[in-house]
Design a protein around this ligand. Structure first.
Ligand SMILES: [Zn+2]
Length: 744
């Protein structure tokens, strides 16, 4: 860090060779990190740290930005944060002086989704303004806040998307998404990992930034579709996850509305609030369960860095507004026209700057509210505690699946939840009165998603993501809520080790030759499947379309997995404008090869929607009873359902979940049409309602039908999963249903 002279601070353009926002220009990750290294060296207001290596080996960095005196004393400010969020760490009389001394800590995460490419550049422009500017606004931001700027939450994707973009410039495929997941394992699902912590990138941000700092505000920079509003800023739409502290919902709303006011006053149009995005799943909003207001911004996209032309008449409706009509939550209509990377960066920078100005100006109010959140979490008699809030969750240590138990304890502890030994021994106790008790409750209880409709009597109003996140059901661990605790609370449980996953017969040196199908449409479920196999050290081969179409599969493999993908995507793959070498899916040759593979004794596993492909292509004696059923008749957008195990079925022999539950999401449900050739492994109950957590409309469609079917075909088998058996690597209760099919 050198002395601060604006002239010596390098501009982004001096490192990139072009201005951020220039048409058809995207940076490499090396250019981004080079810029941050240069600004770190030249400015005492910026300190860059490397938190580790990404999944594919790139440096994962954060830039701390504040005034130089604050940056020189970061441990002191971290201590103040801790004393504010946990009142047990301070003497009562120090509250006001801590508020007077503390800073408003803001985490900015950019471009977790790598096709949202404005987020590659916005962090450079924001850092440049703060490192260089000498305006009253910039001085106020530097004096009152500590900014932790993560220039990309997915550095690998900056190059996966950027390389594809540069390679396809001036071809028909310019501006298309790359034909691969932009995060090696998770693709777009990389922001659905904020309570399971499966990926390295999630862990860097949680372990090095969220946990030590517990920031007051998080700004998550995203992009949305091109055709409605120019930017979304909170408030979110309903529903609100009921365990989020109301102070955070209120402060998120207030900050979002102030930002919208400010950027509209700056001349920006097309600003939507209270639209499109809800506040439900903790999978994508860590901060709202950890004391931080969450500002998601979603700026309209172009075609990567290639501009689009959007005539006014073609603008459509977002959820909650019409982009052609001024309304209370969309007050300034955008007139339409050209929209490119420069516009995206300009909107993102304006919104981020507005957030920083507001956060700096209201520093004391933010810290006062933050201290109140900490006090409320430890107050058992607080009026927001309802009569249904249990005293604690109790987890017996004797469980059928010790790895699942270890995963549950590890996951909770990793999200700052404290567990205690019981007296007498034999249980873990998770008291609700503790700093992050409401977060634990969100993950341990069953979700009751409200029955929302687009309009009274209309179709279901789709949630932004899934509706359930009950870890005891997903992991397969017996957990009970106690209204008044029957055991005494003993010592705090020290951090447990993450379990080492093992499957006898598959981990290490597998007895079976396994293939996982991968096509150019890039299925996230395929990536998660690879993650689960890698976590278990199970060897597999990724097979592509050309390989499958080439046939002779039985000579090479014992089992082939078709991850969750629609029948159409599997059959057709990519089409125009992608180059010929990437087009086509399994096609007729691939279908014939799969049929020959099974008939010659292979096992085909079809996950979720891929079951439809298997049923159609292999003419299986099974019918999907939900085929063609409308959402007004049946709806379940990511829920957990109870199932009954067919006693004695070989595929269910190692399935030990205390409450058998499957992850249902756009899933098929089966009826066997020839019982001589196909048997149900899992079945829905014949009366009542199988919903355990989330949302289900039209339960009667499922009653008595099969959730998993084993079909005999020639010498081999096809196993149909009417659910996602490794949903986002979280449904480990149902992993054994994969292993049993592979090992048979
Ligand atoms: Zn996004």
């Amino acid at each position: 860090m050198g002395a601060q002279t604006a002239a010596a601070v390098p501009t982004p353009a001096s490192v990139l060779g072009w201005e951020p926002g220039a048409d058809r220009k995207l940076p490499t990750w090396k250019q981004v990190t080079d810029y941050f290294a240069a600004v770190d060296k030249a400015s005492a207001r910026v300190t860059v740290r490397t938190l580790g290596k990404t999944t594919l080996g790139r440096p994962f960095i954060v830039a701390f930005i504040s005034d130089s005196a604050t940056l020189a004393n970061l441990p002191r400010y971290q201590r103040i944060q801790h004393q504010l969020w946990d009142p047990r760490q301070r003497a009562n009389a120090t509250r006001d002086s801590l508020i007077a001394q503390g800073k408003n800590v803001i985490l900015i995460t950019s471009s977790i989704h790598s096709t949202e490419v404005g987020g590659f550049l916005t962090p450079l422009v924001v850092a440049d303004r703060l490192a260089r500017a000498d305006t009253p606004e910039a001085r106020s931001i530097l004096a009152n806040t500590i900014i932790m700027l993560v220039p990309s939450q997915n550095p690998d994707g900056v190059d996966i998307v950027g390389d594809w973009y540069r390679q396809t410039l001036d071809t028909p495929a310019e501006g298309t998404n790359p034909p691969a997941l932009y995060h090696f394992y998770t693709g777009h699902d990389n922001n659905r990992d904020w309570y399971a912590f499966t990926q390295k990138e999630t862990r860097y941000t949680v372990d090095s930034l969220y946990t030590p700092w517990v920031p007051q505000i998080v700004n998550d920079v995203h992009q949305q579709g091109a055709n409605a509003g120019r930017i979304f800023i909170p408030p979110y739409m309903d529903p609100v996850e009921p365990n989020i502290d109301p102070v955070l919902t209120a402060s998120t709303n207030a900050l979002g509305m102030s930002m919208a006011w400010r950027i509209i006053a700056d001349g920006k149009t097309g600003v939507a609030t209270n639209a499109s995005y809800d506040q439900w799943s903790p999978a994508r909003q860590y901060s709202l369960n950890h004391r931080g207001a969450r500002i998601l911004t979603e700026t309209a996209s172009a075609r990567l860095a290639t501009a689009v032309n959007l005539p006014f008449e073609l603008l459509g409706t977002g959820r909650g507004y019409d982009a052609k009509v001024a309304s209370w939550n969309f007050p300034a209509v955008w007139p339409g026209g050209r929209w490119g990377i420069g516009d995206i960066v300009s909107y993102q920078v304006s919104a981020t700057w507005a957030l920083l100005v507001e956060a700096a100006r209201d520093r004391a109010a933010w810290l006062t509210s933050y201290a109140a959140l900490g006090e409320r979490a430890l107050d058992p008699a607080h009026p927001w505690t309802t009569s249904t809030t249990p005293a604690a969750y109790v987890i017996p240590k004797a469980q059928k699946d010790p790895a699942a138990l270890a995963r549950l304890v590890w996951s909770l502890q990793h999200g700052q939840v404290q567990l205690f030994e019981s007296i007498p021994a034999g249980h873990y106790i998770v008291p609700m009165v503790q700093p992050f008790g409401s977060y634990a409750k969100a993950l341990l209880e069953r979700q009751v998603y409200p029955n929302l409709r687009e309009y009274p009597g209309g179709p279901p109003k789709a949630p932004y993501d899934v509706t359930a996140h009950t870890l005891p059901l997903l992991f397969g661990v017996d957990v009970r809520a106690e209204q008044s605790l029957s055991l005494q609370t003993g010592a705090l449980v020290p951090p447990v080790a993450e379990p080492a996953y093992q499957v006898p017969g598959l981990s290490g040196a597998p007895r079976k030759r396994i293939a996982i199908y991968q096509n150019n449409q890039s299925s996230m479920d395929e990536g998660w499947t690879r993650w689960v196999f890698d976590a278990h050290q199970i060897r597999f081969t990724s097979v592509r379309d050309a390989d499958m179409r080439g046939g002779n599969l039985r000579a090479r493999f014992d089992a082939i997995i078709l991850p969750d993908q629609s029948a159409l995507q599997l059959r057709r793959g990519l089409g125009a404008p992608y180059p010929d070498s990437l087009r086509g899916g399994l096609g007729e040759a691939g279908a014939a090869a799969l049929k020959a593979f099974v008939e010659a004794g292979g096992t085909l596993l079809a996950f979720n929607e891929a079951s439809n492909y298997a049923i159609e292509t292999l003419a299986l004696p099974v019918r999907n009873v939900l085929n063609g059923v409308r959402s007004t008749e049946f709806y379940a957008p990511g829920s957990l359902f109870g199932v009954t195990v067919t006693s004695g079925h070989p595929l269910a022999a190692t399935y030990t979940a205390p409450v058998p539950a499957i992850w249902f999401e756009d899933s098929p449900t089966f009826e066997v049409t020839d019982p001589a050739k196909a048997t149900a492994v899992l079945t829905y109950q014949s009366t009542g309602n199988p919903l355990l957590s989330g949302w289900l409309q039209g339960a009667e469609k499922l009653l008595g039908k099969a959730a998993m079917v084993d079909v005999q075909m020639g010498q081999g088998h096809v196993v149909l999963y009417g659910f996602r058996p490794q949903y986002r690597a979280q449904s480990n209760a149902t992993w054994p249903l994969i292993w049993s099919a592979l090992l048979r």
